[in-house]
Design a protein around this ligand. Sequence first.
Ligand code: NAD
Ligand code: UFG
Length: 337
Amino acid sequence: MNVLVTGGMGYIGSHTCIQLLQANITPIIFDNLYNSKASVTSRLHEVTGQELAFVKGDIRDKELLVSTMRQYNIDAVIHFAGLKAVGESVQKPLEYYDNNVNGTLVLVDAMREAGVNSLIFSSSATVYGDPHTVPITEDFPTSATNPYGRSKLMVEECLTDFQKANPDWSITLLRYFNPVGSHQSGRLGEDPQGIPNNLMPFVAQVAVGRREYLSVFGDDYATPDGTGVRDYIHVMDLADGHIAALTKVGDRSGLHTFNLGTGNGSSVLDMVKAFEQASGKSIAYKIAPRRAGDIAECWADPAKAEKELGWKATRSLQQMTQDTWRWQSENPNGYPE
Ligand code: NAD
Ligand code: UFG
């Protein structure tokens, strides 16, 4: 089976390629390198012992997509490509709608032309907005508070309408909670450009001496220690979730929606403590005001994915922090240029 992996050079996509190969599925990476480096291919080669096909291109380039799908006899698409920084999306909404919404529409149009009708889409827990309660099940109401979140919600809605009109298609919406960690080899990991927006990469950069201290955004939430609670999931568990979706429902027509989370909530201070244990470094932090748009707590009910996909996250908080530390300490400046 040949799978086109858009955004396959990025954080989650590159880890998913490793697990695809493990499952004897051939990934063909399609990425414009907007937020990733070409050296990811040599790291993938090192870890898997295999040469992966990589096409440098933009998902808004329909012709290139169609010819790539034909050239490689693509059976299904896993669609990671997109922009993902919430704050930046507020400053650059057009770029976000163009990349994330228009880009997905062009991709689906290209799939239709090439005769490929199985798609897995990277959605996000952000589509639940500020949930009225936790844990969150897939039938919770959806809403969005920023252009990034709205772009994910719009794509979900477009794909839902498209699948209704094309009932022979298989479309799977995977709503990720908070992906962290890295491949256990320490050769692949998350490599944010500039100042990290997300907690885990920021903490890792404090530990390695690239940042002085962590700002903890708020300690007055209605949570056990006052700091925000999230469902952190190891990126390799998330990667496995894609293989499960592809093999269990990727050839079954319909619209399929799954939460990919662990079902456990951890606070910012829990994560700091876990990281200190894993790294043996102490993490300096200061309490700062709440970050605009943040919610108090968010974690998944992952029962549907377990029941229907036979998938469940198995890696512990200790593995998430140990693997992050191995990647960060062995690659303090991320991937080479
Ligand atoms: P990432 O930025 O590391 O990877 C995305 C990849 O897509 C990059 O390699 C980038 O170069 C590529 N890309 C961007 N625009 C493109 C375009 N127009 N054409 C071709 N390639 C393009 O991000 P990630 O963390 O791996 O996230 C992957 C997907 O998962 C994204 O859609 C993101 O919105 C979604 N997601 C991520 C998180 C998270 O916390 N990381 C949470 C929920 C959902
Ligand atoms: N936090 C800090 N300091 C930091 C960064 C984060 O205290 O420097 C806190 C946040 O306030 C929050 C928690 O750490 O309580 C997690 O924040 P992240 O930015 O790591 O993650 P979010 O839950 O805010 O958002 C992430 C992705 C979104 C995605 C969402 C749900 O960034 O794209 O998970 O999947 F939509």
